[in-house]
Write a protein that binds this ligand. Structure first.
Ligand SMILES: NC(=O)c1ccc[n+]([C@@H]2O[C@H](COP(=O)([O-])OP(=O)(O)OC[C@H]3O[C@@H](n4cnc5c(N)ncnc54)[C@H](O)[C@@H]3O)[C@@H](O)[C@H]2O)c1
Length: 327
């Protein structure tokens, strides 16, 4: 029988989502080439694959062209947390725009499928709720989040122009807040922040009154959605929302984490940062219908696994987050 495995490029493969995606692709028998410059990713996330002949790591910055062979590309390279993407906003925008042009160019040369990890941030501070893919968004083009939001919007434009102009097979996933083990420590994202503060018994910092809502998807669910999208028929281009429609306020999140960690932490309140969206919840009808996908991991189960991860990490005094970190 012919070997049916595919060789898959995962850009950003040493990051939080990319490393979980890699685990799943290798587990189903595919070969994975991780393309990452370790800007926010870490070798620690993929250490368990070193020595696997089906796995290869390439230190490469996607803002430079890449010439290698593969069967498809998951394009995830881009810092995702505000403190990371605001650290060097010009590089963030370059990563989204030049990085996408380079990866699209590679896909075009090879005649292969490419998936873009886009984001719910393309909806900005939405005045439509929940957000459907047909909503064009409400994004500030000159604010401190714009390097990320507008970069991802421009990347989507590039994907669709390559599709229309060159017939490239594209897949665009709009990913909503995702959490799970291997999130960065101290990157300011709410789930990891709250868990760490709770585990340390420190006050839990809430911006505003904590009435803003978010919906959180466990990383295993997200990765299943990304793979289902990549494997979907050619006419399913997206954009397609991938997220968990279960919405809760930031205050409810904090209280649930205090409860699950058994922490004595109290809540403390600070001013809302600029352009912080008030509401975020995906409409995932399209993903349900076209990919037969929906999240299956209960929020509390995902939080428990994430708490276990940070508990181990903190008790081992391991701090894999840097901006620009190595192992
Ligand atoms: N985690 C979420 O909640 C979320 C939500 C929406 C969208 N996304 C998107 O999913 C993707 C992965 O996010 P994540 O949470 O895993 O973030 P992450 O920061 O953990 O991973 C990003 C990876 O990209 C790498 N990278 C950054 N710039 C690069 C460059 N120029 N060249 C090569 N590699 C580069 C980093 O080193 C890192 O390994 C990103 O594109 C992000 O925008 C994530």
């Amino acid at each position: 029988m012919l070997d049916q495995h595919q060789r898959i490029i995962v850009t950003g493969g040493a990051g939080f989502v990319g490393s979980h995606l890699t685990d799943k692709l290798l587990a189903r028998g595919d070969e994975v080439i991780c393309v990452d410059n370790y800007y926010t990713g870490s070798k620690r996330n993929i250490l368990h694959h070193i020595g696997n002949p089906m796995y290869e790591m390439m230190r490469h910055d996607v803002t430079f062209p890449l010439y290698i062979e593969a069967d498809n590309i998951f394009h995830l390279a881009c810092p995702a947390a505000p403190i990371h993407y605001q650290h060097d906003p010009v590089q963030t925008l370059k990563t989204s725009v030049h990085g996408s042009i380079n990866m699209l160019g590679l896909a075009k040369r090879l005649g292969i499928r490419i998936l873009q990890a886009s984001t719910s941030e393309v909806y900005g501070d939405p005045n439509v709720h929940p957000q459907e893919e047909s909503y064009w968004g409400n994004v500030n083009p000159i604010g401190i989040r714009s390097c990320y939001d507008e970069g991802k919007r421009a990347a989507e434009t590039l994907f669709f122009d390559y599709h229309r102009q060159h017939g490239l097979e594209i897949k665009v996933a709009r990913i909503f807040n995702t959490f799970g083990p291997r999130m960065h420590v101290n990157d300011g994202r709410v789930v990891s922040n709250f868990i760490i503060q709770a585990l340390r018994g420190e006050p839990i910092t809430i911006f505003g009154e904590g009435l803003q809502t978010r919906s959180f998807c466990y990383v295993d669910d997200l990765v299943n959605g990304l793979i289902a999208l990549m494997d979907s028929p050619a006419d399913v281009t997206g954009p397609i929302n991938l997220g968990n429609p279960h919405e809760l306020t930031i205050r409810e999140l904090a209280e649930s984490i205090i409860d699950l960690t058994g922490s004595a932490s109290k809540l403390t309140f600070k001013d809302l940062p600029q352009d912080d969206p008030m509401q975020r919840r995906p409409n995932i009808d399209k993903a349900r219908e076209l990919l037969n996908w929906q999240p299956t991991v209960a929020f509390e189960d995902g939080v428990r696994k994430t708490i276990d991860y940070f508990d181990t990490l903190l008790s081992g005094n391991q701090h894999p987050t840097k901006p620009n970190g190595q192992v």
